[in-house]
Write a protein that binds this ligand. Structure first.
Ligand SMILES: C[S@@+](CC[C@H](N)C(=O)[O-])C[C@H]1O[C@@H](n2cnc3c(N)ncnc32)[C@H](O)[C@@H]1O
Length: 371
């Protein structure tokens, strides 16, 4: 496998519960937007006829960040369809730490689970990529996904002078946008096949809002530029090679509102023709909880830097690890990664103002047309 495709294959969040613990902002994103999920349930118009009703969380990581939303959604479904068995399916990629998902959902961690509160509920997991079909046709009633569809199925190119497509230009930027367009369309087409008529999707995706803002780029120090600058410093110091620097690219595409909604508004698009409809779209910025705590509460730069870096590391480390040559001994790779995040932490500690991983999301609620 070449460096391009191995990067996309190797996506995963840090396991063993690290993800949920370090990513309180992602939970806030989901918790704040839970009314959209509940609104979708309310809008669904099925009789209480004993049918199996399936909900999914696609790209769930360890399942901790969505747990309160899932509790509320399943509680609302149980009340609305008392005779129907409920099936909750967590999906992610094969490298995901699924044992942590099961430990969280079965109440074996300090996170409060919902399973004992809802009867006739069956919980499963699938490691099939959301770029493929996960469910049999017309069996999915409520598909949820947060902060995941920006991961594209393959990295289409190396970016010459940056680590993320937001810093790319020309044909390199176009290649990422085209891959993002194809993957988004096939994500939606796969889900449309799986949805029962009248079923809904609630998709809260990273994207670029109307003011050009995106994750960690809302007016202060740009997070992806910092990732790139610190990685380039390691290249310039000879710690990583020029090839390793070039091979290090996030397999992600941040889409604009127009790019997200095009398959749903263009009547000639296969997604529109398959019957998927846009019910609502909005953008929101959720402030970085670590920066907020620093600015409004403690003012301690060292504490801010110490708490802030793990949230970045929880989802970005695998990209930097994938860029390193597989010929390096594991210990050497770990030492480089530790040094890299230490250097980022030192930057924040020494000049904390403006660092923030503010979340910028495009929130979509979609419905499969009822026959
Ligand atoms: C940043 S995490 C978000 C986790 C959680 N949904 C949240 O909002 O906190 C992105 C997740 O998407 C998963 N992911 C990326 N590509 C995927 C794919 N093709 N199919 C399923 N999951 C995928 C990653 O493995 C990761 O667990």
């Amino acid at each position: 496998m070449n460096a391009v495709s191995s990067t996309a294959r190797d996506i995963s969040m840090k396991g063993a519960g690290y993800y949920s613990k370090a990513t309180t902002g992602a939970k806030e994103v989901i918790d704040n937007a839970t009314p959209m999920v509940l609104g979708a349930i309310e809008a669904m118009d099925f009789p209480d006829d004993g049918r199996l009703i399936t909900m999914s969380d696609m790209g769930c990581a360890d399942g901790g960040t969505s747990i309160e939303m899932v509790r509320k959604a399943l509680t609302a479904m149980r009340a609305k369809w008392p005779s129907c068995p409920l099936q909750m399916v967590y999906t992610d990629l094969p490298r995901n730490d699924f044992s942590q998902v099961f430990r969280i959902i079965h109440g074996q961690t300090d996170i409060k689970s919902y399973t004992s509160e809802i009867d006739n509920l069956y919980v499963f997991a699938s490691a099939t990529s959301f770029h493929q079909n996960i469910f049999p046709a017309e069996t999915l009633y409520l598909g949820f996904s947060a902060t995941a569809s920006h991961y594209i199925s393959d990295k289409p190119a190396n970016i010459t002078d940056h680590v993320h497509m937001v810093g790319a230009s020309g044909s390199e930027r176009q290649a990422f946008e085209e891959q993002g367009r194809r993957d988004w369309e096939s994500f939606l087409l796969n889900r449309t096949k799986e949805l029962a008529p009248g079923g809904h999707l609630a998709l809260f995706n990273f994207g670029i809002d109307e003011e050009g803002r995106y994750l960690g780029h809302t007016g202060g120090v740009s997070m992806f530029d910092t990732f790139n600058e610190v990685w380039a410093e390691l290249r310039d110091a000879g710690t990583v090679t020029a090839q390793e620097y070039a091979d290090t690219n996030f397999p992600q595409c941040y889409r604009t509102v127009e790019q997200f909604t095009a398959p749903l508004t263009d009547e000639s698009n296969p997604v529109y023709q398959a019957g998927l409809r846009l019910k609502s779209v909005e953008t929101r910025v959720v402030r970085c909880p670590y920066e907020r705590d620093f600015t409004e509460n403690h003012g301690d730069a060292e504490k801010f830097a110490r708490e802030y870096i793990p949230t970045l590391r929880s989802w970005s480390e695998m990209t930097f690890a994938s860029g390193l040559s597989p010929d390096r001994p594991v210990d050497e790779r770990i030492a480089i990664l530790d040094g890299y995040f230490d250097a980022y932490e030192a930057r924040v500690r020494e000049a904390p103002q403006g660092h923030a991983m503010d979340y910028v999301h495009i929130y979509l609620v979609l419905q499969k047309a009822d026959n």
